[in-house]
Design a protein around this ligand. Structure first.
Ligand SMILES: Nc1ncnc2c1ncn2[C@@H]1O[C@H](COP(=O)(O)OP(=O)(O)OP(=O)(O)O)[C@@H](O)[C@H]1O
Length: 320
């Protein structure tokens, strides 16, 4: 698959090497980052070492989220293997976005655990989770519309920037060199995602499909190890979908990222995912390889049920 990809996209090998080299260079090598990472790793709060996730592995166990009387996630388990694409699917209101919001620190879990590598994420705020190498995109585009595409990508590099506010503001030579380094990397990522020709344009003026790829580029600009993509092709036309799918496949193949994907487009899921977790009314009802999950009677029932309901069923009352 990776060979086929390489053939199809026509990226010169030198460019590819440069990208992965640069990626290796920036990812987790700066001493300040290392310290932060290992500190978070150390803060594993007395968990049995035998339950430690492998490096880069995401282990979700017993994850439960309650909102006043409504159980949005109910004892959900799944594991994302390092370097794999894992999709979370399910009818509307199944709990997919809630799951993402817990993983990225936006929502607090009511119970259960989310471990990434050695770190427990459920007690960490979003910026600490991002510092561990978890980046996300949103269902609705969340770019800074009036800033240029390039500046939006530079925002993604914020946590990797070591120049303090004062030296950056005073434009010391050191801060200028750092800025140039980040801008070079941003251009490289923009090329990788295919938005480099739009870098000077205000983000809000760009076509929808380009904005969605720009969001992905901003997440990549954080040099993540795990990418959370919330409906990356929602609202796109066929051509844009294919292009996005290709970029996601390359992010896994060339950058070695783990990718967790929430997506309604089953074609995308079948094409991209190594493994699928199916949620319905907050519960995990099936999981495994896409081909098998697609034929699972519980999954078919969940989707047909949703399609045949006059309105989305309410979770509140009947849920345990
Ligand atoms: N902040 C919140 N407060 C109260 N209820 C919420 C909140 N966020 C989500 N919910 C509820 O939790 C349930 C799961 O919602 P969620 O958005 O996670 O589902 P989803 O699978 O992402 O749906 P969709 O495919 O429509 O985006 C829904 O019943 C939703 O109304």
């Amino acid at each position: 698959m990776s060979e086929a990809n390489r053939g199809a996209r026509g990226v010169a090998p030198s460019q590819e090497t440069e990208l992965s080299e640069a990626n290796r260079g920036t990812r987790g090598v700066a001493p300040s980052q290392e310290t932060e990472l290992s500190e978070a790793n150390r803060g594993t709060r007395g968990v049995d070492p035998s339950q430690e996730a492998e490096p880069g592995e995401l282990v979700v166990s017993g994850l439960t989220v309650r909102f006043a009387g409504l159980t949005a996630l109910d004892d959900v388990d799944f594991t994302v293997a390092p370097g794999s694409v894992h999709a979370i699917i399910g009818p509307n209101g199944a709990g997919k976005s809630t799951c993402f919001n817990v993983l990225s620190g936006v929502y607090r879990a009511s119970g259960g655990s989310v471990r990434f590598g050695g770190a427990e994420l459920t007690s960490l705020p979003p910026h600490r989770i991002a510092a561990l190498g978890v980046a996300r995109t949103f269902q609705n585009i969340a770019l800074s519309r009036h800033q240029t595409a390039e500046d939006n990508l530079m925002l993604g590099r914020h946590r990797l920037t070591r120049a303090g506010f004062a030296s950056a503001g005073l434009r010391t030579p050191w801060a200028r060199r750092e800025d140039a380094r980040h801008r070079a990397r941003v251009r490289e990522i923009a090329r990788f995602v295919g938005v480099d020709e739009h870098l000077a344009a205000p983000a809000g003026t760009l076509p929808y499909g380009v904005q969605k790829r720009l969001e992905l580029a901003r997440a990549l600009a954080m040099e993540p190890r795990l990418l959370l993509l919330d409906e990356p092709v929602a609202g796109m036309n066929g051509g844009e979908r294919r292009r996005m799918a290709e970029v996601i496949a390359r992010a896994r193949a060339d950058l070695g990222l783990s990718i967790l994907l929430v997506e309604h487009d089953m074609g995308m899921v079948m094409r991209l995912a190594d493994e699928v977790t199916v949620l319905d009314f907050g519960k995990r009802i099936a999981g495994g390889e896409p081909e098998r999950v697609q034929r699972d009677p519980a999954v078919i029932r969940a989707y047909l049920g949703a399609a045949h309901e006059p309105a989305a069923p309410s979770h509140g009352e009947g849920n345990p």
